[in-house]
Design a protein around this ligand. Structure first.
Ligand code: FE2
Ligand code: FE2
Length: 403
C-alpha cells in the first residue's frame, strides 16, 4: 500500500486545542502514516508576531502535537527559510522526501473558500487531496464550494466534519490581557507562562536583558533614563497600564542598534529589506532609529503604531503620535542629560506640566517637542550638518498649530 503523508500548516501563534483536534481528525480520517505540521514564517511587517518568536512558536507547536504520537513531525521547513513560502513549495519539498506517497493537505474551512486565489492552486489540486473541517455554521457553504472545486478543477476535496473554531488572535488577546484561556493545551500554557510569552512584562524583561547585554554601560544608563522619563510622562498623562508598558518597551528599544557602525546599519537595512530615502542616507546618525524600528518589528513583532515611535525618535515628523512625542521628548530630557539646553527643556516641560490643567497637558507636550525640534535644527545649523526634511516638517507642523 502507498504511504500516506499529510501536511498541516499554520502560524501556530500560539497552537491551540482546535489545531490539535483538527490534526487528530486528519490523521484518523486519512489513516496517515506521517503528518508534517509546518509552522509558517511570519512576515515581520505584518506585525503578527507580537509575544512569541519563531523558536518559541516551534517549541509550543512541538508540545501541542506531541500527544498525537510519533507519526507527527513538526517541521522547520518554512521557518528556516526566513521568508513567506508558497504552500506549493512546501508541498513539493515533502513530495521529494516521500516520492511514492499520496499527499494530503489540511487547510482551514475559510482557507478552502479562498483557495482559487492561492499561488498555482491548480497544481496543488493535482498533487494532493485537500482536507478541511467546517465551522459548525458553514458546513453547507463549504460543501457547495468543495463540489464547485471538484467539478471545475478535478480537485479531490474531503470534508472531515465540523468543529467549533478557535482563533489564535483571541488567545493572544486574552493572554496579553491576563485573562484565563482554556483554548490552549496545558503543556503549551505552561510553556507560555514559564517563558512569559504574550505578556508585556515578558517583552520588557527580554528588552532589559538585551540592553544590559548588548549596549555599553554608558548607553544602557541613558536608555534606562529614557525608560524612567517615558514612564513618568505616561503617568502624568494618566495613561492606561498597557500604554505605560508599551512606552517602557519602546524606550528600552530606542537605541538598541545605536552602537553599530554606519556600515553595519546599512547592512542591516539591506538584510531586513528596509527602504532608505536619499535623505535617510544623508544622516548616518539617524540610521539607528530606522534599524531600531525594524528590529522591534522583527524581534518583538511590534505593530507600526509603536515602531514609528522608534523610527522618528531622532528626526520627528509632521503630525507625530503620542507615542512618538513621548519617546522623542524623553530621549531629550532624561535625567542623565547634562547638556544645558536639555536641562532647560526638562525644566520647561515639567514646570509647564505642574501648572497645566489636565486639558492643557497635551499643549505642554506639543510645545516641549517643538522647542526640542528647534534645538535640534539650531545645533545642526551650527555644525553645518544635513537637516532631514522630517525634522523641518515636524517643527512646521507644530508651529502651524501654534505650539
Ligand atoms: Fe537615539
Ligand atoms: Fe537615545
Amino acid at each position: 500500500m502507498r504511504e500516506k503523508v499529510g501536511i498541516f500548516g499554520g502560524s501556530f501563534h500560539p497552537p491551540h486545542t482546535s489545531h490539535v483536534l483538527a490534526a487528530e481528525r486528519f490523521l484518523q480520517a486519512e489513516q496517515l502514516d506521517r503528518l508534517y505540521v509546518v509552522p509558517a514564517f511570519l512576515p515581520p511587517h505584518k506585525a503578527l508576531s507580537r509575544g512569541a518568536g519563531d523558536a518559541d512558536r516551534l517549541a509550543m507547536t512541538r508540545l501541542a502535537f506531541a500527544p498525537l504520537g510519533e507519526r507527527v513531525t513538526v517541521s522547520t521547513l518554512e521557518v528556516d527559510k526566513r521568508r513567506a513560502c508558497y504552500t506549493l513549495e512546501t508541498l513539493c519539498e515533502v513530495r521529494d522526501l516521500h516520492p511514492e506517497a499520496d499527499l494530503f493537505l489540511y487547510v482551514g474551512g475559510d482557507m478552502l473558500l479562498s483557495f482559487e486565489t492561492w499561488h498555482e492552486f491548480e497544481e496543488l489540486f493535482r498533487l494532493c487531496t485537500v482536507c478541511t473541517l467546517a465551522r459548525e455554521d458553514d458546513e453547507p457553504t463549504l460543501r457547495r464550494h468543495a463540489d464547485h472545486l471538484a467539478k471545475t478543477y478535478g480537485a479531490r476535496i474531503k470534508l472531515l466534519g465540523s468543529c467549533v473554531p478557535t482563533s489564535s488572535t483571541e488567545v493572544r488577546e486574552a493572554l496579553f490581557a491576563h485573562r484565563q484561556t482554556d483554548k490552549v493545551p496545558s503543556a503549551v500554557l505552561d510553556y507560555i507562562h514559564t517563558h512569559r510569552l504574550y505578556t508585556r512584562e515578558g517583552e520588557i524583561s527580554r528588552a532589559q536583558a538585551l540592553v544590559r547585554e548588548t549596549l555599553s554601560e554608558k548607553r544602557a544608563r541613558h536608555v534606562f533614563g529614557v525608560v524612567e522619563e517615558a514612564e513618568a510622562l505616561a503617568r502624568a498623562f494618566d495613561c492606561s497600564e498597557e500604554t505605560v508598558q508599551d512606552l517602557r518597551l519602546l524606550a528600552l528599544l530606542h537605541d538598541v542598534t545605536k552602537e553599530k557602525s554606519t556600515q553595519e546599519q546599512l547592512v542591516l537595512c539591506e538584510e531586513w529589506n528596509v527602504a532608505l530615502s536619499e535623505d535617510d542616507r544623508q544622516v548616518p546618525k539617524g540610521l539607528h532609529a530606522i534599524t531600531a524600528a525594524a528590529f522591534a518589528a522583527r524581534e518583538f513583532g511590534l505593530p507600526e503604531e509603536l515602531t514609528d515611535a522608534l523610527r522618528y525618535h531622532t528626526t520627528g515628523r509632521a503630525d507625530m503620535s503620542f507615542f512618538e512625542k513621548v519617546i522623542f521628548l524623553a530621549d531629550y530630557i532624561e535625567a542623565g542629560r547634562t547638556y544645558p539646553p536639555c536641562l532647560a527643556l526638562r525644566r520647561l516641560f515639567w514646570e509647564g506640566m505642574e501648572k497645566a490643567l489636565p486639558e492643557e497637558r497635551h499643549a505642554v507636550l506639543n510645545h516641549a517637542v517643538r522647542v526640542g525640534l528647534d534645538m535640534t535644527l539650531q545645533d545642526l545649523a551650527e555644525e553645518g550638518k544635513y537637516v532631514h526634511p522630517d525634522t523641518v516638517d515636524a517643527r512646521d507642523f507644530l508651529v502651524s498649530q501654534n505650539f
